[in-house]
Design a binder for this molecule. Sequence first.
Ligand code: HEM
Length: 449
Amino acid sequence: MKSTKTNVEGPKGRILAGNLIDFRKDPLHFLNDLRLNYERVAKIRFANRQIYMLMSPDLIKEALVTKSASFEKSKAFKEINPLVGEGLLTSGGEFHLRQRRMMQPSFTKTHIKLYAEQMSMVAIAAIEEWQSDEQRNLHADMMNMALGIISKTMFSMDMKESHQTIGAPIDEAIRIATKRIRSLMKIPKAIPTKENQQFKESLRILNEVVYGIISQRRKANDVASYDDLLGILMRETDEADHTYMTDKQLRDEVMTIFLAGHETTANVMSWALYLLAQNPDIQANVQAEIDQVVGVSPLHFEHTEQLTYLKNVINETLRLYPPAWMFGREATEDVQIGETLVKAGENVMVSPYITHRLEEYYQDPDTFQPERFEKDFLKSIPTYAFFPFGGGPRVCIGNHFAMLEATIVLATVLQKYSVSLIRPNQKVEAEPLITLRPKDGVGLRVVRR
Ligand code: HEM
């Protein structure tokens, strides 16, 4: 087929910065304008980077799945590299394939269900401290629970210990990396500014903790006795060459999972509680389902399979507020995507935030309607019209983990508490950083049921 770059249009940019300044001012607004003004694909430029924003599910599928071999991950988030090293999120090629092969078995649905009890215990312990009829920043609560859950399942570490040792330095490192991603002028890391030093210090603490745990287990010849994720990663060998992961590879994967699996899941749980506080009728339906399926007992894995309405609520939350709101690829060779020839070195971006709001697939796309996910809805739309976890060879490895965690935490909270807005028409703004966070948290009133 003849390759042509036909008529791909986009908003006019400025001479040097292209569309970058308009995008940075209000990324979600910028993206929404693309959705409303262009069909299928829009062409934009961030300084010298040429980008095709793929909005249509068939084009997204080509980039992420069928033609994924012609792309590598975009370098937009390279500021997190010192934190995650050569972990799954950032590595590529053969090395990525090998790591993915070794880690995949620990993240299957069957394996993840072993962690359901621990997730449930962390959630129960966390809400024990809540008082009835108080205002809480539930986003801070969800971040703490997600950190507690990842620490427990990864290291068998309890929540209090993990906050002191890992929570604070990881938050600090993410905060500084995020600031660097957003700033136009980056001060080189070697210059000892206050932030550069804080970043270095956070990394030093994290390395000390993670390497410390690995070496403790090696020294005590204790690798076999742990069923947590680290224990499994330490025992796993590559099927091709039968070698184990080195300490550096283990460290990189542990940090990657902390980074990728903590704030993302916390965000979706926080947004869900906000949407339920805005929609008391829907909240009542969720609670009726929990009362019927779970009653007053702690949540077990078997319950989660039956909480179908809650699953619709989570999916609808992922549709409206997808934590991975935009991600991209860089072409390693010339490749035809739909009608567009993407040249080597050019970028494609996809945004679940905009594709999830295409009117073609979602009636009243901005409204919260969990019922739309009932029955075979997902089968009735193209696969990449709903893709909160990405797709193809780089699909989120933690998708089952995240869905199980969100179901258990939300069901545990709503079994015991109802949530409501603090003032009528209270609005929480979305802040698109590395993930789609609720800006200034989610302040809600919690009342014991
Ligand atoms: C609601 C929660 C989550 C969402 C929406 C989410 C979304 C995503 C997306 C869209 C990608 C693909 C990015 C790309 O293609 O460039 C991804 C990759 C990844 N996610 Fe998640 N994620 C979530 C939770 C988790 C959890 C809980 C973990 C770990 C326990 C995790 C670990 C990872 C890893 C390691 C990758 C890289 C996979 C690879 O490239 O092979 N994620 N995630």
